[in-house]
Write a protein that binds this ligand. Structure first.
Ligand code: FAD
Length: 462
């Protein structure tokens, strides 16, 4: 049941919050509540008692203080892309950073600072103006916060590492209400935990990243006919061990879209999509793409484009409000058995919007020693994601059970682990880390959030 504005903001603590807070305090009584409570996954339908839209550190401190005094459940929102809907809640407070979107770039030092509500689209636009970029994800609409804190799989990983590998420092509000800095030299253990341990330790108000010279890239997509599915998967298995670090790739099973650039006989049919982003010399990119071209793609859309355009290539396929359910894992190898399961389960999907994505985890990701960050698994060559996507609520169960049965069939081929940003299941969160790493994360959690105030996340149990 929705709590009225009177009930939530008229206590002594509520009055103090109204006086101190510079952003908007949105309650179910407000006209913009319906819009403000929405998150990316259309399946999530929660009614918070208060959405505190912060403008800066002081607002975050005030909102957190209020939550503690009133004993409210706390959700923290950056880009709103949590598949599981962790960035909202029923009857509690959403500490919403989505209006904190400032980015400053120091091109000489090759460092950028971004507030906690920035999305990759905003970040990339600011750094691209200087011919620079940091490794982000595969889309422009995801928040830098949730993505970086969980690790960050994206186009530039092979060359420059995960998003978290490029983090130089943060400014964070602790659950106890203190503003702290974490970097290699300040609160180093917290800094270790923040690079892969998720939003467990505090609310990050500012991220500082290393920048690299990336401006235009050779980027795009090839589509292969259904009959080539096993061939493409087999080629990709060997291809990633040889391809240059400049080329970040993703192989996806999809349903070919009903658009002009797809041959008429392929539209609406199962298809393999090879997407890539080469951040080096275009002539090297042509050489690197040749083995795929030799297989005979029906569509080849690779061209020289600005890096921010690469980041936006899939935005329209994953719009705000689409319904989503996913299961993910790592493949220690792409065996013939795994290829058979993948081919069988993707012809066709239960929904034409759904995809099965394989991410290459090689190159610079593997060159960072395992204990340098909390990120879970740098050994497996492939991370996979079965992404159920659909629009009609009446079809929820059909598509969820499709994803579950696909995941069960693939389970024997997986490592048992999972990328923490691709899961919500508490048991799977434990499986995202080895025993030593999980215990180390628990120690940091006990230091910064012993009462588990921040528990709407891939939770590390204090
Ligand atoms: P939010 O929903 O706002 O936040 C998610 C969680 O992050 C919160 O519950 C909180 O625990 C934490 N959090 C958010 N902001 C803060 C903050 N300022 N301080 C502390 N904790 C905070 N992942 C990849 O690695 N690569 C991808 O290419 C990729 N693509 C995606 C595309 C889509 C369409 C979606 C929905 C997700 C994608 N993801 C990807 C997964 C994504 O990394 C996670 O869902 C991530 O948590 C989203 O971050 P956010 O800030 O947008 O989300």
């Amino acid at each position: 049941m929705a709590i009225s504005k009177q009930a939530i903001l008229t206590s002594a603590a509520g009055t103090a919050l109204r006086q101190a807070f510079r952003g908007r305090l949105i309650t179910p009584d407000d006209e913009d509540f319906a819009r403000a409570r929405k998150v990316w996954n259309g399946q999530i339908d929660k009614l918070p008692a208060l959405i505190a839209t912060c403008t800066g550190v002081d607002d975050v401190l005030a909102a957190l203080r209020f939550a503690r005094v009133e004993g409210l459940v706390v959700a923290v929102r950056g880009g709103g892309h949590s598949f599981a809907g962790f960035s909202t809640c029923d009857s509690g407070i959403v500490i919403d950073l989505s209006k904190m979107t400032a980015v400053t770039v120091d091109p000489d030092a090759r460092v950028a600072r971004a507030q906690g509500g920035v999305t990759w689209g905003i970040y990339d636009a600011a750094t691209h103006a200087h011919g620079l970029a940091s490794p982000g994800g595969l889309m422009s609409t995801t928040g830098i916060a949730g993505l970086t804190l969980g690790g960050g799989i994206g186009w530039l990983n092979r060359k420059y590492g995960l998003a978290c590998d490029n983090l130089l420092g943060v400014e964070m509000v602790t659950p106890g209400g203190e503003l702290v800095r974490a970097s290699a030299t300040e609160n180093a253990e917290l800094f270790w935990a923040l690079r892969g341990g998720g939003g467990n330790f505090g609310i990050v108000t500012s991220f500082e990243y290393r920048l690299h010279p990336v401006s235009t890239v050779v980027g795009g997509l090839m589509l292969f006919r259904e009959k080539l599915t096993p061939d493409v998967l087999r080629l990709y298995r060997d291809y990633v061990s040889q391809c240059p670090d400049e080329l970040g790739t993703m192989l996806s099973a999809i349903t070919a879209p009903l658009v002009d650039f797809v041959p008429a006989d392929m539209r609406g049919r199962p298809s393999m999509a090879f997407a890539g982003c080469h951040c080096g010399d275009p002539a090297d990119a042509e050489r690197a793409l040749k083995p795929l071209r030799d297989l005979g793609p029906a569509v080849d859309l690779f061209e020289v484009i600005p890096y921010p355009d690469m980041q936006k290539m899939f935005d329209e396929d994953l719009p705000y409000g689409i319904r989503c359910y996913l299961k993910a894992g790592y493949l220690p190898e792409m065996s013939d058995g795994a290829i058979e399961v993948i081919a069988e389960h993707t012809r066709p999907f239960s929904s034409p919007n759904s995809t099965f994505d394989i991410h290459d985890m090689g190159g610079a990701v593997k060159r960072v020693a395992d204990d340098v960050t909390a990120f879970g698994d740098r050994r497996s060559p492939f991370c996979f994601n079965i992404v159920g996507l659909w629009n009609d609520a009446a079809e929820d169960e059909v598509h969820k059970s499709f994803v579950r049965s696909f995941a069960t069939a693939l389970e024997p081929f997986g490592s048992g682990g999972v990328y923490v940003n691709f899961t919500a299941d508490p048991d799977r969160v434990r499986a995202a880390y080895d025993v030593t790493k999980y215990a180390r994360l628990q120690t940091v959690k006990r230091q910064y959030d012993p009462e588990n105030l921040l528990r709407l996340n891939q939770n590390i149990q204090p």
